[in-house]
Design a protein around this ligand. Structure first.
Ligand code: TYM
Length: 322
């Protein structure tokens, strides 16, 4: 049975970009009986940016609650914290000896920070190797991710190929799975929605705060009367990612006809987010207040993940002669 695997960092609460770009597409596949699904919270990756332990722990629970609220079934999915299966760290060392320096030096996440080299830790530099280890340790075949992770998947395949060439076909070569209708969800300022740009929409916020955020989405300064271009508008782009086809068509017509203001469009976007995620919002509020239940669910997933991880590591050690 093909194995699906994906992870999410815990540097903040999951946002609409995470939800639409990776979480919902993964859960849709996980619901099919033809796949064996592994979903984890990348809390070791999170340490590259977030050093406050309490804050990190809170975000780990928020991410866990979000996955469960969106429909993750822990009886079917192996659901775990990356840090609780430390075999991944041993694999990082082995893989790092098969990773050429220029491959890491060319990684976007590193190059983006190249002008502030003193801020780049060894952990940030080797981030793609930990991601490769996440995937290869569990022999994942399909990795549903947003477009921004494509390069990391290419690096993973290159590292796996280099290892396999020397020791035989140990690692599966994983395929990235990107939902092209979503690809990159824009943030409220039009850049890619990202925790590091402070432009996210947190769908689990209380209603009042969520509304405030939606109202802050940037638009041009066209008056209500003027005709507007839906294809250059962030409000419309977000609406088209969460609404149904008929409503999207109606909004498109309203934009071009004129007499329809950005304020109205934002109100409709806000109402649609509330409606589409009503069940998830309610469930999130329940999960996040019961940490011992979250712990129980995660610990059971960690026991399952550890069995697979131990088996893979034992194969790798054998191949390497340790
Ligand atoms: P992270 O935590 O940045 O994002 C989690 C997932 O959400 C997707 N995503 C988006 N998709 C569309 N539009 C956006 N604006 C947007 N923002 C985020 C990301 O592409 C990702 O799929 N390195 C990974 C976490 C990770 C991982 C892994 C993923 C660690 N190990 C192994 C897959 C397999 C990351 O930082 O994702």
């Amino acid at each position: 049975m093909p194995r699906i695997l994906t992870g999410i960092q815990c540097t903040g609460r999951p946002h609409l970009g995470n939800v639409l770009g990776a979480m919902l597409p993964t859960l849709e596949l996980a619901a099919k009986p033809t796949y064996d699904t592994f979903i984890f919270l990348a809390d070791l990756h999170t340490l590259t940016t977030l050093k406050d332990s309490q804050e990190r722990r809170n975000y780990v629970y928020a991410a866990a609650a979000a996955w469960l609220a969106l429909g993750l079934d822990p009886a079917k999915v192996t659901f775990y914290r990356q840090s609780k299966v430390p075999a991944v760290c041993e694999l990082v060392w082995y893989l790092s000896c098969f990773t050429p320096y220029p491959m890491l030096a060319n990684a976007h996440a590193f190059k983006d920070k190249a002008d502030r080299m003193s801020m780049v830790s060894a952990g940030l530099f080797t981030y793609p190797i930990l991601m490769a280890a996440d995937i290869l340790l569990y022999h994942a075949d399909i990795v549903p991710v947003g477009k921004d992770q494509l390069q990391h998947l290419e690096i993973t395949r290159d590292i796996a190929t280099s290892f396999n060439q020397q020791y035989g076909p140990v690692f599966h070569l994983p395929q990235a799975l990107i939902d092209n209708s979503i690809a990159t969800v824009p943030g409220i300022d039009g850049q890619k929605m990202s925790k590091s740009y402070h432009n996210t929409i947190d769908i689990f916020l209380p209603e009042k705060e969520l509304r405030k955020l939606v109202m802050r989405i940037q638009t041009d300064s066209k008056s209500v009367a003027e005709s507007k271009d839906p294809d250059t508008c962030i409000v419309f782009k977000l609406y088209s990612l969460v609404a149904n086809t008929t409503d999207i068509d109606t909004m498109r017509k309203n934009y071009t006809a004129g007499g329809y203001g950005y304020g109205q469009a934002k109100e409709e976007l806000f109402a649609t987010i509330l409606e589409r995620f009503a069940v998830a919002r309610e469930k999130f509020a329940q999960y996040i207040t019961d940490i011992s239940n979250l712990e129980k669910i995660l610990m059971s997933g960690e026991a399952k993940a550890s069995v697979v991880a131990t088996e893979t590591l034992s194969t790798i050690r054998g191949k390497l002669g340790y």
